[in-house]
Design a protein around this ligand. Structure first.
Ligand SMILES: NC(=O)c1ccc[n+]([C@@H]2O[C@H](COP(=O)([O-])OP(=O)(O)OC[C@H]3O[C@@H](n4cnc5c(N)ncnc54)[C@H](OP(=O)(O)O)[C@@H]3O)[C@@H](O)[C@H]2O)c1
Length: 225
């Protein structure tokens, strides 16, 4: 299975690329610039020898991948969706995008979208794809520190059961990550907004990678039963 990280030249995409490569997955870094895509994939190769990673333009990365991550900022989301729409029909598309006021020059407060969440906005635009919301509460800092487990729950929401399960399986490949079945895509609004609180806590406690753990869910396996 091939995973594409669009905008994978940035912190979050690169962090996920490192973790998925470390887990032995086949990864493609996407970018608006071929040069930046190649540079980022070279960077991953230099940190992890013998891994399967390539760099491509976002459109091409979306075309060759089975699972496509939208690791771009909210401000670049719609142009990215327009560029890849024809290449992601029938595929799983993952949104980790957090709607922050900071994107429009404001604070770390969340922006309320008419769709309810960024992930629901993506689903409105990509009607033929299986949209999944995940990885909002995992910091890039934690992902890129390969010496340590990530220590964070990843809540995965989707209206497509098979796609939700697939992304939970991918999340579980990351050392320290526990996937949580977050149910329908409409629940993604809570998960997206929680990141604003985590960013506040990072500042308050002078740390870079606060995360989240849910308690009381029972058992060691958190997949849907
Ligand atoms: N950073 C974190 O810790 C973190 C944690 C949880 C969730 N997230 C979410 O993950 C996503 C990526 O985060 P990030 O910190 O990696 O973001 P970023 O560094 O700001 O951007 C990632 C990449 O997106 C591309 N990009 C930037 N502006 C764009 C535009 N206007 N149109 C299209 N592409 C554009 C750039 O790649 P090219 O120039 O190479 O195309 C850039 O390297 C965001 O939505 C964020 O909310 C981030």
């Amino acid at each position: 299975m091939k995973i594409a990280l669009l905008g994978g030249t940035g912190d979050q995409g690169l962090g996920l690329a490192l973790r998925f490569c470390k887990a032995g997955m086949d990864v493609v870094i996407g970018s608006r610039s071929m040069e930046r895509a190649l540079e980022a994939s070279k960077n991953v190769k230099s940190r992890l020898g013998g891994v399967k990673i390539e760099g491509m333009l976002n459109e091409d990365a979306a075309k060759v991948a089975d699972v496509v991550f939208l690791t771009v900022p909210l401000i670049g989301l719609i142009p990215t969706l327009k560029a890849i729409a024809n290449n992601v029909r029938g595929k799983v598309v993952v949104s980790p995008v957090v709607p922050l006021e900071a994107e429009i020059g404001g604070t770390l407060r969340p922006i309320r979208l008419w769709s309810g969440s960024v992930a629901e906005l993506v689903a409105e635009r990509l009607k033929d794809s299986k949209v999944v919301a995940a990885f909002h509460n995992v910091s890039a800092e934690a992902l890129s520190d390969l010496e340590k487990p990530v220590e964070c729950d990843v809540v995965v929401c989707s209206d497509h059961d098979d796609a939700r399960q697939l992304v939970m399986q991918l999340a579980e490949k990351i050392d320290g990550v526990r996937p949580i079945d977050g149910g329908p895509l409409s629940n993604s609004r809570f998960v997206e907004e929680l990141t604003s609180l985590l960013l506040f806590l990072n500042k308050k406690y002078s740390v870079k990678s606060s995360g989240v753990r849910f308690t009381g869910l029972g058992g060691v396996t958190y997949f849907s039963r």
